[in-house]
Ligand binder design. Structure first.
Ligand code: PHE
Length: 486
């Protein structure tokens, strides 16, 4: 590809140079002239014999020169020898060759030049020369064009003046070595399709940044709760505060915390606006669920439904006596953040799967029944529920699943019936119950994919077994019973 630094034109030239024989003629005259010069004057009594002529000018010149001199009428025969036929000659060959020697050509005598070439007295030399002009990109140095836009170039501003190499769309690409979905994403898709086949709607969960209000206050998590402390939650420094939440709802939430209401005595601690205002990275997707439930209760509050609120609404105007409530089944699978010290089983960023069901007069049995159905679809049939505590649910249940290969109960999630202190300020009628549960995505993924781990060598008992079977093998070989296996 031309850099357009210069443009040029090519010129063809040809010139002639003398052969050694041609040079000799320039110095000594043509063969015919030398023959003529060697002969006696016309009318001389003693002509020069052919033999003596050879001696005088050499064999070659005598042979060639004789014929040509005769043809030009310069010499004549007399008896057995030769004499001059004219008293003066013009040695055209020598004159022409002199001109060629000095100028490289014969002006206006192409035919004579061709004749000299034929006689091998001159040879043609071809050559080229160029006229050169500055091109549009003329420069005295060659700058290597950039092939990539780098962070350094953006930071220094040098991209503004850099020249970039054009993409070569015809170049062969680097062969790809194939791709595959990460196990986490596979399980995420599996779980998503279970929710969808059970009639759930996916909640929008793009807000990784939430306020203390939506992540904690709206969920009736006390403002002094240890989970809200710096060592557990990532807070934002710039910007550090959120836009205000809907003001009437904010007032009701602040009131139920500080003074109680809806049958609750509240926390009876002073309300902190700053605490509520803080921006943070959400510690659970229940922050998004709270915002969605608030939207779900819009009609119950006598407000219009938000365009991006849950869509599971029955069409038509509310009937007389209708309090505006519509049941909903919502789910989300997305990232959450906790200020954890990272180790093999704890990450600062992980995924939560969350399901929320809102309907009239739901019971704890509905929650347990739902979870059994759901986890069975995920291949986890052996479940246990243990009473637990959550500030926003009562009762609350931890969910355990039996891990066939680890041979122990693994805690996989947390669930409960949302408290009236959370639902009532949103505007839900008193007979509406909402239950919810959350599980990590990483643990079920491990339970699912651990089966495909390769064999490892157990040093202690000198056996090959699957990684997850190592400790079972140890116990078997040590003569212990494997307890609780199904
Ligand atoms: N937010 C809870 C957690 O982070 C899970 C949960 C969701 C519990 C909904 C009850 C109701 O563990």
């Amino acid at each position: 590809m031309s850099k357009q630094m210069i443009t040029y034109e090519t010129h063809e030239v040809s010139s002639h140079v003398l052969t050694p024989e041609g040079s000799q003629i320039v110095r000594e005259g043509s063969h015919e002239a030398r023959v003529w010069a060697a002969l006696p004057e016309r009318g001389s009594a003693v002509p020069l014999s052919a033999q003596d002529l050879k001696k005088a000018v050499g064999d070659e010149a005598a042979k060639v020169g004789q014929g040509r001199a005769f043809k030009s009428g310069w010499i004549a025969k007399q008896g057995n020898g030769f004499i001059k036929a004219v008293s003066e000659i013009i040695d055209t060959t020598q004159i022409e060759l002199r001109e060629v020697e000095s100028s490289g050509t014969l002006a206006a005598a192409e035919k004579a030049l061709a004749e000299l070439r034929k006689r091998k007295l001159v040879i043609q030399r071809k050559g080229q020369w160029f006229t050169v002009h500055k091109g549009t990109n003329f420069s005295t140095s060659i700058a290597k064009p950039e092939t990539d836009l780098t962070i350094d170039m953006l930071a220094s501003g040098s991209w503004k003046t850099s020249s970039f190499k054009k993409y070569n769309f015809d170049a062969d690409g680097i062969p790809t070595s194939g791709g595959a979905l990460h196990p986490i994403l596979k399980v995420r898709e599996e779980i998503r399709s279970i929710f969808l086949e059970m009639g759930f709607e996916e909640m929008p969960t793009g807000n990784f940044v939430e306020s203390g209000f939506w992540c904690f206050d709206a969920l009736f998590v006390p403002q002094l709760h240890p989970a809200r402390e710096l060592q557990d939650t990532f807070y934002l420094s710039d910007p550090s505060t959120s836009l205000p939440p809907p003001s009437a709802y904010y007032e009701r939430v602040a009131h139920v915390h500080e003074h109680g209401g809806y049958g609750s005595i509240g926390y009876r601690t002073p309300w902190s606006h700053e605490e509520s205002n803080k921006l943070l990275l959400r510690t659970h997707t229940t922050a998004s669920s709270a915002a969605m439930l608030y939207k779900l209760a819009a009609k119950c509050r006598g407000e219009e439904i938000d365009a991006d609120g849950p869509g599971n609404w029955q069409p038509g105007a509310a009937k007389p006596g209708d309090d505006g409530f519509r049941p909903a089944k919502l789910f989300s699978i997305d990232r959450v953040f906790r200020n954890e010290t990272m180790d093999a089983t704890h990450l600062a960023e992980f995924h939560q799967v969350e399901g929320v069901v809102a309907d009239r007069n739901l019971t704890l049995a509905d929650l347990i029944g739902f979870m059994r159905t759901f986890f069975t679809k995920m291949g986890m049939t052996n479940l246990r529920f243990k009473p637990a505590y959550n500030p926003y649910t009562e009762p609350s249940l931890e969910i355990f699943a039996w891990h066939n290969h680890l041979e122990k109960w693994v805690e996989i999630g947390n669930s409960g019936m949302f408290r009236p202190e959370m639902l009532a300020p949103m505007g839900f009628p008193p007979d509406v119950r909402v239950h919810g549960w959350g599980i990590g995505l990483e643990r079920p993924t491990m339970i699912r994919w651990v089966l495909f781990y390769p064999l490892v060598w157990c040093e202690q008992y000198q056996v090959a077994c699957r990684a997850q079977d190592v400790h079972r093998k140890r116990r078997e070989l040590a003569g212990c019973h494997v307890l609780g296996a199904t």
